[in-house]
Design a protein around this ligand. Structure first.
Ligand code: DC
Length: 225
């Protein structure tokens, strides 16, 4: 028997990462933040001085970067060339540039392969010893793992999403751009606002994190029954 894949998509500020991580922790599954692959690709290109508007150069960099992902939901880590860059990929400079990578179709293709490989390897063993993985992003339910037994789209209204991100410490203008500007750009290449066939839709605007976690775990239990 192979492990379960729980695919969770949605825009920024829906509580997606917090929920995905907590679900993985409670079910003892691996936790895969696929956005981190776009972020580490961005950091690498910025460091190497690559012109982000040059799609082929960016794709070549992303193809050759040496990244290790640690999928423990209690301590997820992103390692680039032996350096732990887990905090660096969360900085404003990366957040404001990451859409260049996310809208580069060649880079998406390469990162998509990497993500499928990570999921497949985890089902064989890895952190969860094959029990499975929670993978979150923008196109996991539709492109990366469309056959996952549990597929969920999280949403929340705009003001709720901005308020949640502002609570994380950044200034308002940056948050507004990071949330809405990025979503608008990313929406040009992936649809993460409407649920595809068979994808469960959860509006988190009026729900606590615990309530969303409980809803996701219920769907996982139903899928396993
Ligand atoms: O979830 P996040 O903010 O860490 O995502 C970083 C960027 O990567 C964001 O611009 C959306 C993009 N992304 C994507 O296009 N597809 C994914 N599966 C995950 C993230």
């Amino acid at each position: 028997m192979t492990g379960i894949v729980i695919a969770i998509d949605g825009p920024a500020g829906t509580g997606k990462s917090t929920v995905s991580r907590e679900v993985a922790r409670r079910l003892k599954l691996a936790y895969f933040d696929t956005g981190a692959t776009y972020r580490v690709g961005t950091l690498y290109c910025l460091r190497e001085g690559v012109d982000l508007s040059n799609e082929a150069d960016v794709a070549a960099m992303v193809d050759t970067m040496n990244v290790e992902l640690r999928l423990d939901p209690g301590n997820p880590r992103v390692i680039l060339d032996d350096e732990d860059v887990s905090s660096l990929i969360r900085t404003d400079s990366v957040a404001l540039s990451v859409s260049s990578i996310a809208t580069n179709l060649e880079a998406r293709n390469i990162l998509g392969h990497m993500q499928r490989d990570v999921i497949a390897a985890e089902l064989e063993g890895g952190f969860s010893e094959g029990r499975g993985i929670v993978a979150e992003g923008r196109d996991i339910t539709t492109v990366i793992a469309p056959d996952a037994p549990v597929r969920i789209l999280l949403t929340a209204d705009e003001e709720t999403r901005i308020a949640r991100r502002s609570g994380e410490g950044a200034d308002q203008a940056t948050v507004r751009e990071a949330v809405l500007g990025r979503d608008a750009k990313d929406s040009t290449v992936v649809n993460f606002h409407t649920a595809a066939d068979g994808v469960h839709f959860i509006d988190t605007s009026d729900l606590t994190i615990d309530e969303v976690v409980a809803a996701v775990i219920k769907l996982a239990e139903e899928a396993r029954a």
